[in-house]
Write a protein that binds this ligand. Structure first.
Ligand SMILES: C[S@@+](CC[C@H](N)C(=O)[O-])C[C@H]1O[C@@H](n2cnc3c(N)ncnc32)[C@H](O)[C@@H]1O
Length: 321
């Protein structure tokens, strides 16, 4: 008898997943749920692609000061169900391609290694010791070397998940990752409603993180200059040697006229990140990057490097201000 394929649990159905968001407004109701699977997948992808296109156009017309065009684009976006419908489509798309589940486990492996390294090194001091005062830090670090389970529970990586959507991505790792989740339009009560660009700069190490996650968020931002700003802003929230986990759709680095893997790494290097590891999954490009202190911020413009009409326009612009 033929073996049955192992089912991968979708990321949104994991154990300890936070409570579901309140029902969407009528305009955002997902009519495609009743469609056959193939058609549903196609309409999900179409909705995501159309939303991205309109979002990019909106940024462009707003930049040009054309409020009439902006109004008309916003109306089109609302007619599609707005950000809420886009987010629901993203959650469905993630389940269908199993990409997020895969990228979750790839990251978890890296972070486990990171935590183990942190315990053995000077950087151990960067690990957050929940609910302990200063004197206890030394004690806990000493214990960490002996590997006592009680201590291991106290040592957690602090992670900021930007664009967390339903906030469930790291729920299985709650014993060793302390997650703060934000999104423009949260799909769950544990995710704070906040525009990352408006998150105030940290005033000290206690407001910084060991890891910051930008998973499918940079490509969501319509304006290439704001993408660069987002990467610069992210670095401010990282502790020294902290990690940025950046996920982009694979075509952003593999099939863009204005971007390539090497170009992306060069931009990131100039912003103050060095590559730890990367992985190209079927549909996603995953990057784990470390904050470094020695770097030279430079401007990056939109420059065509891979001509071709079949290619996309994804790019990142950096402008020192
Ligand atoms: C495609 S979803 C990605 C969700 C999730 N991170 C994942 O990997 O599946 C992009 C999310 O980023 C959020 N987002 C975009 N710009 C943001 C910003 N400036 N601040 C906070 N969230 C933002 C959107 O609201 C949306 O929920």
């Amino acid at each position: 008898m033929a073996k049955r394929a192992k089912r991968v649990k979708p990321i949104t159905l994991r154990n300890n997943a936070p409570p579901a968001a309140p029902p969407p407004p009528a305009a955002a109701t997902d009519a495609s749920d009743s469609k056959p699977r193939g058609r549903r997948k196609a309409s999900t992808q179409k909705l995501i692609a159309s939303y991205h296109t309109l979002n990019k156009k909106l940024h462009a017309v707003l930049k040009a000061g054309d409020s009439t065009a902006a109004g008309s684009i916003k109306t089109q976006m609302e007619a599609m169900g707005g950000l809420h419908a886009y987010q629901r489509a993203s959650l469905r798309g993630g389940n269908e391609k199993k990409g997020l589940g895969a990228c979750g486990s790839w990251l978890v492996q890296q972070l486990r290694a990171e935590l183990a390294e942190l315990r053995d090194s000077e950087a151990e001091k960067l690990v957050v010791v929940a609910e302990n005062g200063e004197e206890e830090v030394e004690e806990v670090e000493e214990e960490a070397k002996t590997g006592s389970p009680a201590t291991q529970q106290k040592l957690k990586l602090k992670l900021l998940d930007v664009g967390a959507l339903d906030g469930g991505t790291y729920s299985k790792q709650a014993s060793w990752i302390d997650v703060t989740s934000i999104d423009l339009n949260p799909q769950c009560q544990t995710v704070r409603k906040q525009d990352f660009f408006e998150r105030p700069r940290p005033t000290g190490a206690h407001e910084k993180f060991n890891v910051l996650c930008l998973s499918l968020v940079v490509n969501f931002v319509g304006d290439p200059k704001l993408r660069g700003d987002m990467l610069i802003h992210a670095r401010r929230f990282l502790l020294p040697r902290g990690l940025l986990f950046l996920v982009l759709p694979l075509p952003c680095v593999k099939n863009s006229r204005y971007m390539s893997h090497a170009h992306l790494l060069a931009i990131l290097k100039s912003i103050g990140y060095e590559l730890v590891k990367h992985h190209f999954a079927r549909k996603l490009a995953l990057y784990l990057l470390r904050r470094v202190e020695q770097f030279k911020l430079q401007d990056w413009t939109k420059t065509q490097m891979n001509p071709g009409i079949e290619r996309n326009n994804f790019c990142i612009v950096v402008k020192r201000s």
